[in-house]
Design a protein around this ligand. Structure first.
Ligand code: URA
Ligand code: URA
Length: 307
């Protein structure tokens, strides 16, 4: 691997690290530009190495990657010692990382909804493990998410993070995204958030579909009625949707209440319902459930109720 590409990798690792640690916020656009440079550099090298002029690796680039053909890694047996480790076939993990990165790059500059593109500070693409077994889908970024460029980082996000951790995972184990990638616009001077409209969600849904197609989670969780509407077009109330399995493409989706609903309605019974939904998710994932996990939010005195 050239020292140029190694240098870019070091830089990228550092920037991504800063970004997840949320110290001085890194401009997402800079990461995207370096990622692009790095890919172009790797492609140029592999096309130089692979000699035959008719092979244009550039033309085979498929940013959303509907096929998993790895355009960057051209293995050449006749060039021993050149560009070794990263010139092998991509494994599924690296392939997903590249495809998610390419999709992200495309979504970050989307302007399909001019009113949202005008209003937003960042596009909130999604965060987590591109090879996650479990994916959470919310409705749309709020003000906090719009500032940070990351889904579920406000009050509802803190609660979602606690739910994920109580399930025995870290945020970085799972994948978190919204149906709508931009914060719904608000009248000037107004500080709250509004729900995304069905039209906005429909416009943005192909991006979520692509994310799901790349990640191929074993199980998804839809957070709240608006996310369910975005995913399935259903306007049924959550009372009848939650706690049941739905199917998106070929992927089982558990519908549960949105964490914001739990913040508004502090009743133990409602928390327990969400937790029962998460126990179903763990079962479906084949993850062993501890007795302590089984007992959360049961109102017996002494039962642990506050993960
Ligand atoms: N609510 C959502 O639905 N998504 C977020 O990212 C934050 C709050
Ligand atoms: N209704 C919704 O739309 N979402 C919830 O999470 C709860 C009630």
């Amino acid at each position: 691997m050239s020292s140029f590409i190694q240098g870019l990798d070091i830089l990228l690792r550092q920037l991504r690290g800063l970004d997840t640690a949320n110290r001085p916020r890194v401009d997402q656009a800079i990461i995207v530009r370096i990622e692009r440079l790095r890919r172009d550099g790797a492609e140029e090298m592999s096309s130089q190495i692979s000699a035959p002029a008719e092979i244009s690796s550039r033309s085979s680039v498929n940013p959303v990657g509907t096929s998993s053909a790895s355009s960057v890694s051209v293995v050449r047996e006749d060039t021993p010692g050149v560009g070794e480790p990263d010139e092998q076939e991509l494994g599924p993990t690296e392939d997903r990382e590249q495809r998610i990165a390419a999709l992200r790059e495309k979504v970050l500059v989307c302007r399909k909804c001019p009113h949202l593109a005008e209003f937003r500070r960042t596009v909130v693409f999604g965060v987590g493990n591109p090879s996650a077994d479990l994916m959470f889908v919310g409705e749309a970024p709020g003000a906090d998410e719009d500032l940070r460029g990351e889904p579920f980082v406000g009050r509802a996000g803190e609660l979602l993070t606690r739910i994920i951790e109580t399930m025995g995972f870290k945020r970085s184990d799972v994948y978190i995204a919204n149906v709508l990638k931009c914060r719904p616009d608000m009248p000037k001077g107004s500080s709250g958030n509004r729900q995304p409209t069905p039209e906005e969600m429909q416009t943005c849904l192909p991006y979520l579909r692509d994310q799901i197609e790349i990640i191929q989670p074993k199980v998804m969780v839809a957070l709240g009625g608006v996310a369910m509407r975005g995913l399935f077009g259903t306007a049924e109330p959550m009372k009848s949707l939650r706690g049941r399995w739905h199917t998106f493409g070929n992927i089982p989706v558990m519908a549960t209440f949105h964490p914001s609903y739990l913040l508004r309605n502090q009743a133990l019974t409602e928390k327990r319902k969400v937790w029962e939904d998460m126990l179903q998710v763990l079962e479906r994932l084949g993850v062993p459930i501890t007795q302590r996990q089984r007992n959360f939010f049961l109102s017996k005195p002494g039962a642990s109720t506050n993960p």
